[in-house]
Design a binder for this molecule. Structure first.
Ligand code: MN
Length: 232
């Protein structure tokens, strides 16, 4: 094939124990923990979860220092469990079918320009500028499901600290839609593919980040995710 400009490099996330997981697409679910829906002014009973995406090259490896993004004065963290898919699926119906797509799990952070999201919500406009910007998807090392089976997460808690001070801490079981339910729902909208990542939503406690902040996300036994915001 003769490309007329150099093709972009393949985005990837490291895997615990070695190797790189090639990232195809990044799907995200919003409004998936009741207390976070409430803190954002919504009603968890009447507001169904929403799906949005980020570009594959928004991923950031653990240990990175990222720039403070452009065009925001309210840059927020959202700690999330991330699912990595190893197979295709469309119109899935059962938990078993959904589970068969999972390559592994990782800690993630859905970075958000909250002021742009609030403006988009008011205008009934798309969320891309709020969610799909460069460096907006830090992801820790992916733990393979053979080594970290899904039932390890039944009683796990998700937590996030900024500069060592805990800001979010909630059980994964307080998700409104479970991981298999999210995969089933997404497979009714898109043909899921190997290489897709799914961010599964954040609990209450979201808040702003400043230049120089250090962020740590941990979920049960998964390798933690750590990143920092550039000083200037
Ligand atoms: Mn989120």
């Amino acid at each position: 094939m003769s490309f007329v400009i150099p093709p972009p490099p393949q985005s990837a996330v490291g895997v615990l124990g070695g190797g790189e997981f090639p990232v195809r697409r990044i799907f995200c679910i919003g409004r998936n923990y009741a207390d976070h829906v409430k803190e954002m002014g919504g009603d968890p009973k009447s507001d169904p979860p929403v799906f949005f995406t980020k570009p594959a090259d928004a991923v950031v490896a653990t240990g990175s220092v990222i720039p403070f993004p452009q065009s925001t004065s309210n840059f927020h963290y959202e700690a999330e469990l991330v699912i990595a898919l190893k197979a295709s699926g469309r119109d899935l119906k059962t938990r078993h079918e959904a589970g068969a797509l999972i390559f592994g799990h990782a800690c993630g952070c859905d970075l958000t320009r909250r002021d742009l999201q609030a403006a988009a919500k008011r205008a009934g406009a798309p969320w891309d500028a709020a969610k799909a910007f460069d460096f907006s998807a830090p992801v820790g090392l992916i733990a393979r499901i053979e080594d970290f089976p899904a039932d390890l997460f039944d009683d796990a808690r998700l937590s996030l600290a900024v500069n060592g001070i805990e800001k979010q801490n909630a059980p994964l079981r307080s998700m409104i839609w479970t991981v298999p339910e999210i995969i089933i729902a997404l497979s009714g909208l898109f043909t899921l593919k190997a290489g897709d990542l799914i961010f599964t939503g954040t609990p209450e406690g979201v808040g702003p980040l400043s230049r120089g902040d250090r962020v740590e996300v941990s979920i049960g036994p998964l390798p933690p995710l750590e990143f920092a915001i550039e000083e200037e």
